[in-house]
Design a protein around this ligand. Structure first.
Ligand SMILES: O=C(O)c1cc(=O)[nH]c(=O)n1[C@@H]1O[C@H](COP(=O)(O)O)[C@@H](O)[C@H]1O
Length: 271
């Protein structure tokens, strides 16, 4: 992010986007879409976030496209955050960890999104695998969708919100790490008010900018002193500019510049 600027671009090949790019809704269209996005953006944006669901939709051939997408994006210098939102009992979590976070696995990524709602401790195999590989994870804390609040803002036995429990676990994982730990939190840019302590000493992925209505200008009020640690994420808001590579690049540059203008430099004092 220091080198390339604060932006994550999601690779979300919705059927409607394939259509608007003039591509068929099949694995060939998926392959062209992903390749075009990677060729346009992987040498300039900090993070690319393929949304696994849109690849899984096409079965094993879609997953093969996902493998190539990850490899090509990493080869071009982008960090790849696999958006798979995995969460399961610990013994199954170990298999997910080996799929996404073990070097040499076909889907090895720089980080993966995880759901902590089977209990934060169930994520341990993924936290350990990430640490062993020099990779990271992003744990859902406060999601961008309106339904999330009914679970995430519920009150735990000790009076904290469930989201705060998750955020406190993340902060404990990252304690003492400089400049930031490798356990990130997902906090939707759409929330308006976090109502939680976001000081987790890790990166804060903020999806919801663009199609879900949030803008870079919303980030300072939501994140306060943590705004410099935010990785804002945009999928449809940029992908809709395609398929021309120049238009995709312009859209990404525009979002990156808007984020920079809104957020300013990273606040080292904050931590
Ligand atoms: O983990 C995520 O990336 C995520 C978390 C969240 O709280 N909200 C959210 O929208 N996302 C993902 O971010 C992307 C948002 O896409 P756009 O709304 O098109 O920018 C989708 O792939 C979502 O699955």
């Amino acid at each position: 992010m220091d080198t390339r600027g604060p932006l994550c671009v999601g690779i979300d090949p919705h059927a409607s986007l394939l259509a608007s790019w003039g591509l068929p809704d099949d694995v060939g269209g998926l392959e062209r879409f992903a390749r075009t996005t990677v060729e346009a953006l992987a040498d300039r944006v900090a993070v690319l976030k393929p949304q696994s669901a849109f690849f899984e939709r096409f079965g094993s051939r879609g997953v093969a496209v996902l493998e190539r997408t990850v490899a090509d994006a990493r080869a071009a210098g982008a960090l790849v955050l696999m958006d798979a939102k995995r969460g399961d009992i610990g013994s199954t979590m170990a298999a997910y960890a080996s799929a996404y976070l073990e070097k040499g696995s076909p889907l090895f990524s720089d980080a993966v999104t995880l759901s902590p709602y089977l209990g934060f401790g169930s994520l341990r195999p993924a936290l350990d695998a990430a640490a062993a590989s020099g990779a990271g994870v992003f744990v859902l804390a406060l999601t961008s969708n309106p339904e999330g609040a009914s679970v995430q803002r519920a009150t735990a036995a000790d009076g904290r919100s469930l989201a705060q429990v998750v955020l406190d676990h993340i902060a404990a994982e990252n304690a003492g790490a400089v400049p930031l730990g490798s356990v990130g939190a997902v906090v939707g840019a759409t929330l308006g008010d976090a109502g939680a302590d976001l000081n987790v000493n890790g990166p804060l992925l903020a999806p919801g900018i663009g199609a879900q209505g949030a803008t870079p200008a919303d980030l300072p009020a939501l994140f306060g002193a943590a705004a410099g640690d935010v990785v804002p994420s945009v999928s449809r808001g940029i992908l809709r500019s395609g398929p021309a590579a120049a238009a995709l690049r312009d859209a990404a540059d525009r979002f990156r510049d808007e984020v920079r203008a809104a957020v300013g430099p990273r606040n080292e004092e904050f931590r």
